[in-house]
Design a protein around this ligand. Sequence first.
Ligand SMILES: CC(C)(COP(=O)(O)OP(=O)(O)OC[C@H]1O[C@@H](n2cnc3c(N)ncnc32)[C@H](O)[C@@H]1OP(=O)(O)O)[C@@H](O)C(=O)NCCC(=O)NCCS
Length: 457
Amino acid sequence: MAKPGAPSSLDQAEQIPQPTNGRNTLTIKDDRTGKQYVIPIEYDTIHATDLRQIKIKDDDFGMMTYDPAFLNTAACKSRITYIDGDKGILRYRGYPIEQLAEKSTYLEVAYLLIYGELPTKSQYEKWMNDIKMHTLIHENIKKFVDGFHYDAHPMGMLISSVAALSTFYTDAKHISDPESRKLQIFRLVAKMPTLAAFVFRHSVGRPYVYPDNDLSYPGNFLNMLFRMTELKYKVDPVLEHALDVLFILHADHEQNCSTSAMRNVGSSHVDPFSATAAAAAALYGPLHGGANEAVLLMLSEIGSKSNVPAFIKTVKEGKGRLMGFGHRVYKNYDPRAKVIKKLADEVFEVTGRNPMLDIALELEHIALDDEYFIKRKLYPNVDFYSGLIYQAMGFPVDMFPVLFAIGRTSGWVAQWQEMLLDPEQKIARPRQIFLGPGLRDYVMMGKRAEEKVPKNL
Ligand SMILES: CC(C)(COP(=O)(O)OP(=O)(O)OC[C@H]1O[C@@H](n2cnc3c(N)ncnc32)[C@H](O)[C@@H]1OP(=O)(O)O)[C@@H](O)C(=O)NCCC(=O)NCCS
């Protein structure tokens, strides 16, 4: 129940602490001048621009906040995904991730993220049909993918080919037209698996497989990845379900690095294919979508269960990180990791047990009992077990971030659209604290002193 005075439209408004004395303001005293400022509080937050009135002289720029990596800055109001990192809660549009993973399909969840409500039967059928109508990609994109080097990273190929979609769909630049946005959303959700499968087939030197629209979204993806000479690909229902759940778990995660990239780049009003390429590029990094690849590398380096204590010791000595552990937001067990751990057992029933699972279980067992990890609230995150499942399903490690990108596309487009429709949003443009040199006169080349270039440049 929303508290009186709290805006009822914000789903989480009831979570926001309300003042006991009825005063929803922050009083700041500037000790440099002795002046006091009363700043309104809204949703337990102050507007950073309200600080600009805090000045020493009238012509000062005014006070800013300094928040590298946005540790404590809300850059938007959103109604899509709610996370309580301390309690290990993740909800899409209010629905707990555990329920969605158990009862829903990825396409249902994508609809939920984009339109705000779970679809009725007829809405779902139309939505599935709209997606199926757009699974094919332009034949020229095949040529484009062909041009990549044989050992190109699939994620690099995916980023480039998503960006290239903007050259095929020039209507995508009409971002203020709801019909155009709808169409680009269909295209993005529908074509990402096709692009992903094509880059995979290219990297293993196999012919591209066209979409089979009789199959489900994950079933068709498996078909495009793994079909050989058979006329009809037979989808394994366990793997189909596992992939669907993994897509659900990765579908959105509020303002993470790639989603912030999507919103930031999209705020320039570029087309959504270009913005998605930027988001996918952010996801490529090992601290974001590349972490499950890093987990597998780490597990294979550890080699056996008996080496785990020695490895944990090196992590505690600061000689590396326990990949798949820790999260900027979750200071508790990542709820997605719990679902994935259960899913792993189902997948291993079909594929055979991944031998590295024992090392992972031992790492988790030791780390969860160790003061270093307990004190820093480091728990397994979504990437800790997902790589083991992907590997058991036959995906090479460099396809892992690509799989992540497919699932995350629905979240990216939902957040992109929310950003565009938010009247408070403008082109993203952070400020800086300038610490470089003051004004100096240009020095001719022959007269410049030999300055040492810092070692890290
Ligand atoms: C995800 C991650 C980048 C979050 O980082 P963050 O919120 O900026 O946390 P910090 O880097 O400030 O770490 C806080 C402390 O925990 C330690 N720490 C964080 N993650 C750690 C890990 N995976 N292994 C060991 N120590 C870790 C840091 O060394 C630091 O210790 P200190 O206070 O003694 O210096 C970080 O936990 C990490 O690198 N994890 C491994 C990569 C990974 O799994 N990423 C996927 C995320 S879904």
